[in-house]
Write a protein that binds this ligand. Structure first.
Ligand SMILES: Nc1ncnc2c1ncn2[C@@H]1O[C@H](COP(=O)(O)OP(=O)(O)OP(=O)(O)O)[C@@H](O)[C@H]1O
Ligand SMILES: [Mg+2]
Length: 447
């Protein structure tokens, strides 16, 4: 049973919410103010969701949010606000709240919002779930090609036609899929299925579900991801890795919206929109017989091709500025920009890892830098103006290696300084909070 913590200084509000949520099968604990809520959390009570009033005397809703962030507790938080002060609520969303509801509200709104939390929560990888939702809307561009893509996204957001998003790794395919979802109706389910991460033998049951007894070990019915996405969007990421034996079943689903779960004769009808993404040339795979032609035609009714970063240099500096702002705020630094030299180098660079590479590069530069301006020497470690080809395994390995370098630098310095945080931070020329941020990122602790 899911456990919900309801926090409100109005006792009536707590009672009403508790009653409604319990009717829907949740277990509910209430707290009369932020202090009480934080105490419950500090005592290691487990909650799957917190619904809290935004304004309360003492520790308010924002205080709870800060506590969660500081302690790295990934519990989704929904705010209730009576003041109609949407701005504060939006601010809270930016800080990581899951959603907000304005008072007075009806029961269905609460129910819908709560349900949307759990649908996503269950299926998405924890980190990316929190990250991607809260960064919604942050698509940065200046180039004509991206503007055209956004116009297209706006046009197609509301129609249920399948969309195929293509582009090199790190160009923002996942982000565009999210944008389509946001522009359509972000309250609808959005289920991402990362094809390469599901073992081929489990694919069918993961997607289509199974009936009890369908195979040894199937002791209960299992719904499968597709049924959970009913009424919303299924995002098939890295579609080139879809096993061949699943393809006919998927084709039929795309054609007449129906399928049978494993071991069952009952036909299930669902209404979902399919968005697929790939960094492979599927057409080639079709020619080689590694991907079904009929399925290919079906999924690419609309194709969005995102150009590599090197082909839209107008976006490089706006993105750089955006990531600098993002990471300096996150790490409490005052970095203002990059030097002219870096600008020139960025504009001439090949960007095999596209926006992701730029993002990672800036993140590292912000961590390691203590001056206002990022200079070429600050990034020379990983920065290479050589003419690399498109992102391939070598490049992604290189990115991994860079994280390894950073991790080693942190560990070595921590060891030299006897794991004294202040000393280590001083030695590295970064603030203590930045150091803690990096340590938690790489899961470094002295024990
Ligand atoms: N235009 C953009 N504005 C802001 N951030 C962006 C933009 N494009 C990409 N990003 C960021 O760059 C990173 C990589 O993007 P994303 O994961 O969507 O790429 P992808 O094309 O799906 O890559 P892969 O093929 O490796 O899965 C993400 O963190 C994303 O938020
Ligand atoms: Mg992706």
């Amino acid at each position: 049973m899911k456990r919900v913590l309801v926090v409100d200084d109005e006792a009536n509000m707590c009672i009403v919410l508790k009653m409604n949520l319990e009717k829907d099968g949740f277990s509910v604990i209430t707290a009369g103010n932020g202090r009480e809520a934080v105490n419950l959390l500090e005592d290691n009570n487990i909650f799957d969701l917190i619904i809290s009033d935004l304004r309360m005397p003492g520790i308010g809703g924002m205080g709870i949010l800060e506590y969660l962030k500081k302690n790295n507790k990934k519990i989704p938080l929904i705010f209730i606000t009576a003041y109609g002060s949407i701005e504060t609520a939006v601010e809270a969303m930016k800080m990581g709240a899951y959603d907000f509801i304005t008072k007075p509200f009806n029961r269905n709104v609460i129910r819908h919002t709560v349900r949307s939390v759990f649908k996503m929560d269950k299926l998405e990888n924890e980190n990316s779930f929190l990250r991607e939702i809260f960064n919604k809307g942050d698509l940065i561009y200046r180039s004509k090609s991206m503007k055209d893509i956004m116009d297209m996204v706006k046009k197609i957001a509301k129609v249920p036609t399948p969309v195929l998003i293509t582009g090199e790794s790190g160009t923002g395919k996942g982000l565009i899929a999210r944008m389509i979802h946001n522009m359509d109706d972000e309250k609808k389910p959005f289920i991402r299925i990362n094809c390469p991460s599901i073992p081929p033998t489990l694919f069918e049951s993961e997607l289509f579900g199974f009936q009890r007894g369908a195979f040894t070990g199937a002791t209960k019915d299992f719904k499968g991801k597709l049924r959970i996405a009913d009424g919303g969007i299924v995002f098939l990421d890295e579609i080139a890795d879809l096993p061949l034996n699943i393809q006919p079943k998927l084709l039929r689903l795309l054609e007449d919206s129906s399928f049978e779960p494993l071991g069952s004769n009952t036909t299930i009808k669902i209404s979902t929109r399919f968005i697929c993404a790939t960094n492979h040339n599927i057409k080639k795979l079709v020619e080689q017989g590694a991907f079904r032609k009929d399925l290919y035609y079906r999924i690419n009714t609309i194709t969005i091709n995102i150009p590599p970063l090197r082909e839209k240099p107008q976006d490089i500096l706006p993105l750089t500025e955006y990531f600098i702002k993002k990471y300096s705020t996150e790490m409490g630094k005052k970095i203002e920009g990059i030097s002219e030299e870096v600008k020139e180098a960025f504009l001439n660079y090949n960007w095999p890892g596209n926006v992701r590479e730029l993002k990672n590069l800036i993140e590292r530069a912000v961590v390691l830098n203590s001056e206002k301006i990022i200079r070429l020497s600050d990034i020379s470690l990983e920065f290479d103006t050589g003419q690399a080809g498109p992102m391939d395994e070598d490049n992604s390995r290189q990115l991994n290696r860079l994280s390894a370098v950073e991790k080693k630098l942190l560990t070595d310095t921590l060891n030299i300084c006897g794991w004294n945080i202040s000393k280590t931070a001083r030695k590295l020329g970064i603030t203590r909070s930045t150091l803690r941020y990096r340590m938690s990122k790489y899961k470094l602790n002295s024990g």
